[in-house]
Design a protein. Structure first.
Lengths: 373, 373
């Protein structure tokens, strides 16, 4: 289901392909986040046109609203949201564990109260697979406990035991069920910031056997260097012939670092959240379109960009829309940022294919941390 | 600039054409409202694809944000918002007079405080023309005082004197200026709910001479029958060879009544505001998509509709989006309602052309006031 097409000559970066029932994902690639079945402000058609290959949705949110039954009756999430390309779904582990103190972990599963209405729910590893099968997910994730930073070693160790036990139950349950499509199941490597626990987690998950492996529990407040250390270490001990997924990471410099270390897929709210806050990613750096500086700037958000927003609208117009709280601005900037990410990932794939990854990385990062004008 | 193409055999309805520098408006037609330079949630491209021929913007709002200078520097409103079809602009009379007690009427003009930041402004009839010229409006309106309902006869009479004086000054100023495009200027018939004052207003405006005539000050709280009486009376005394514009009216049954009495163009926030509130206009009546009834309804909003929303999404999906406050739902329903209005107006034009207006009206209104399922 995962095929390596080209390995970088200088680093562990690789170009590959994840094959799903809804088409292929050329990797490395980045999934915008359709938390509850929609990429905020955007239609499925716009995503497709922007070059998005796959999206991530969240089992926790979809369980609460609209609920498993409705999506099942719709014929799955692809039909429900009219998105015919691959969908990967997160198990909700991260969301549920963010609910503390509204949740209680038991060996059987986790009990929690909805962030929406306070209603009580119980997630077991088995139910989460059942739920993702009902969604028709192309790539589903096992229920895990996401340990926050900093976490004591004792707690992390104990938590990992639970996560591995749940992974085992998830796989067993998954293997016993018919799937709506030819789906895939990924294990999630936890272990906090302890390399030996990460190693143990990876080994135990490999023993259970999954179609691919995610690295979870990072980008949760730890220093950037520590995150890189964990990504690089963990990626290095995962099998080469399986897809590697770095969860919740989406800052451009982090993507480059992770790709360099063999990561294949990413998801993050960075492009869409920034767009809704009035910030655009451009070929010259970050642009705070809301800034008064652009009130009379009739150039496009990124003169080097070919997206719908940049082909049709100016900074001055979008700034005006932001200043009157007009949703169209949020749409245009979200779309631009998603296009920017899709193109960046395409360029990364091309750079690896041409043996020029490090060169492209260096060139790109020159512009990344600067403020565009 | 206005040409009658076909008169209805049974009523005063007519099919015509308003020619502008940005193309023709086939009438009768309806303008969605781009108050401050955007139809809320929608792009200019979507409007065009939905069949919108022209839009209305508001001088009052654009004066406050982004201001005359910025739009002038952008090369006019068409360029600013990337809308290449006709734009008509309201003078802001209605908005300013809604600001009471934050405004003070003088013979010279009207002093008011911004609804946004309380800053002080002074609108004269001349400035309002200057402003609309800067916007590059295709059809601009004179500054008027919009009298609310109910208004005493004395007040209405006195107010009308001012409105006529301002209309005269507006025309004089307009005639003295170069225009960015071959623009047009419309007078606005006021006179409250007094037919003799409406008559006097129409006669005095005709004497001044305008490219077309608007009927203002209606749909401001008066009973529907009284509104119809005023529209029918006023339309009847306006010259046949000039376009007639009923301002701020957009409820479907009112449109039919007014078209029947010779009105050519309309504007109203009804389709967009309803869309943002979760209500869709359909061939079977109004549909409150937010209703729990549709949680598992996988049909389109209007199975007889060909719009982007109806071709791609279901009631259940849109209802889900509404329940999570997702903007995409507001976009889809706004677009659907605008498409519905554009198609309705096209059908009205076709019905008049075929001599079947009354038949089409009767058939349409059967469905209008019912709740769709």
């Amino acid at each position: 289901m995962f095929e390596i097409i080209k390995k970088d000559k200088d680093t562990k970066a690789r170009v590959g392909k994840i094959k799903t029932a809804h088409g292929e994902i050329n990797t490395p690639d980045f999934a915008p986040v359709a938390t509850a079945g929609a990429i905020k402000t955007l239609s499925s058609q716009e995503l497709k046109e922007a070059g998005v290959q796959f999206i991530l949705s969240n089992a926790y949110h979809l369980h609460l609203k609209p609920g498993k039954d409705i999506i099942e009756k719709a014929g799955g999430l692809h039909k429900f949201m009219n998105w015919q390309a691959p969908i990967i779904t997160d198990s909700g582990g991260f969301q549920v564990f963010s609910l503390a103190p509204l949740r209680k972990i038991k060996a059987e599963g986790v009990e929690f109260q909805s962030h929406i209405d306070g209603s009580r729910h119980f997630f077991t590893p088995e139910y989460i697979i059942e739920l993702q099968l009902a969604l028709g997910s192309d790539v589903m994730m096992v229920l895990d406990e996401c340990v926050h930073y900093p976490a004591a070693r004792d707690y992390t160790e104990q938590s990992l035991k639970l996560t591995i036990d749940w992974a085992s139950r998830s796989k067993k349950f998954y293997a016993s069920r018919d799937t709506l499509y030819a789906s895939q199941i990924f294990g999630i490597v936890q272990g906090g910031t302890y390399t030996d626990l990460r190693k143990q987690a990876a080994e135990q998950l490999l023993e259970i056997g999954f179609d691919g492996y995610a690295i979870g529990g990072l980008s949760v407040g730890e220093p950037r260097d520590l995150m890189y250390e964990m990504v690089n270490f963990t990626s290095g001990i995962l099998p080469e012939n399986k897809a590697r997924y770095l969860m919740g990471v989406g800052v451009v410099q982090d993507i480059f670092e992770a790709v360099e270390n063999g990561i294949d897929i990413f998801d993050c709210v960075v492009p869409t959240r920034n767009g809704r806050n009035g910030t655009a990613f451009t070929s010259k750096g970050k642009l705070t379109v809301r800034n008064a500086l652009y009130a009379q700037d009739f150039s496009s958000v990124d003169p080097e960009c070919d997206c719908f927003c940049c082909k049709n609208y100016t900074r001055a117009y979008i700034r005006h829309l932001l200043s009157i709280d007009e949703m169209l601005a949020l749409r245009l900037l979200s779309l631009h940022n998603i296009y920017f990410y899709a193109k960046l990932m395409k360029n990364i794939r091309e750079a690896i294919s041409k043996g020029k990854f490090l060169e492209f990385k260096k060139e790109s990062l020159k512009h990344y941390n600067v403020i565009a004008k």
